[in-house]
Design a protein around this ligand. Structure first.
Ligand SMILES: [Zn+2]
Length: 307
């Protein structure tokens, strides 16, 4: 599987390609997105601010989701879509991480409830003449072949299609102008789960991974993959830097860059049965996109407070 960060030169959109093979390909040129990391709680100095921070931590962000299924032969059962979105919610509620499966040294970093929820707003299904889609995601969102995004900038559009050679893609924050009709995440139909998926992407975790990208998470080795070395990382403190992204089911204790690799992270490309955790740092980074002024703040439909 290649892991490609692609810049579509004309539209300045960064798309992460998250494949499932072990093949490697060369990397295209990349542009590092400018990011400001707003970490809730970084600056608290007074009781008032501490209270505000506590409130921020308890805010649950509700994000509406539009699922666009582009198919050639048969539409997707709505129950499969609903169970996939339910699974996404379960992961973001911290319900899918079994601490027993997390290596001891990483348990303290487990995110728990990320307090992001995804509500299924609309399902659109449309037949296409295309057998599959390759690198150009714009084809998927063109009305000629697929389904244009609904309410770009306000609703998270998820396209389920047959991707040639890929498991999924996502547009990274800040690089797709808000009015662009391709902004969202793309997953291969075979990955739709949690129990309907097939092969090594059979638990519905590809969507989790792509949603992570959409909300500003990199793969753990950082920006340049698959040969990032140790000089780049994912800009998250509590994910140990690793030299390369992992595939398959790595041996326990696999290490690089002077520490054990957290290959069991959702932002890795290991088998679905091996991807099991987000960290607190990743949680903070995703949520920072949703606070007022954040790069994904426009996607928050409503908030609630949960202690
Ligand atoms: Zn990825």
């Amino acid at each position: 599987m290649k892991n490609t960060l692609r810049i579509l030169a004309l539209s300045f959109i960064m798309v992460f390609s998250c494949n499932s093979n072990d093949d490697t390909t060369s990397e295209d040129e990349q542009t590092v997105p400018e990011e400001e990391e707003v970490m809730p709680g970084d600056e608290e100095t007074t009781p008032d601010e501490e209270e505000e921070t506590l409130m921020l931590e308890n805010v649950v962000y509700n994000i509406p989701v539009v699922v666009n299924v582009v198919y050639k032969i048969s539409p997707l059962e709505e129950t499969a879509i609903e169970s996939q979105i339910q699974f996404l919610n379960d992961v973001f509620a911290g319900k899918e991480t079994n601490m027993d499966d997390v290596p001891e040294q990483f348990r303290a970093a487990v995110a728990g409830d990320i307090k992001m929820r995804f509500s299924l707003d609309t399902i659109l299904q449309r037949q296409t003449t295309r057998d599959n889609f390759r690198d150009d995601r714009q084809e998927i969102a063109k009305s000629e072949f697929g389904i244009p995004a609904t309410d770009t900038g306000r609703k998270l559009n998820i396209w389920i299609v047959v991707l040639a050679g890929d498991s999924g893609d996502a547009t990274f924050p800040g690089l797709a102008p808000e009015d662009l009709f391709i902004e969202g995440v793309y997953i291969d139909r075979s990955t739709v789960g949690p129990r309907n998926g097939i092969g090594i992407r059979n638990e519905g975790k590809q969507l989790v991974h792509e949603v992570g990208h959409f909300f500003n998470l990199y793969h753990l080795p950082g920006l340049i993959e698959p040969t990032s070395g140790c000089e780049f990382d994912d800009e998250v403190e509590d994910t140990p830097n690793s030299a390369e992204i992992h595939f398959g089911r790595p041996e326990p204790g696999t290490s690089s860059c002077g520490s054990q690799d957290m290959f069991m992270n959702f932002m890795e490309n290991v088998h679905d049965d091996t991807r099991i955790m987000f960290t607190k740092g990743q949680k903070a980074r995703m949520r920072a996109t949703l606070v007022e002024g954040g790069v994904r703040a426009s996607y928050v439909e409503s908030t609630s407070i949960e202690n």
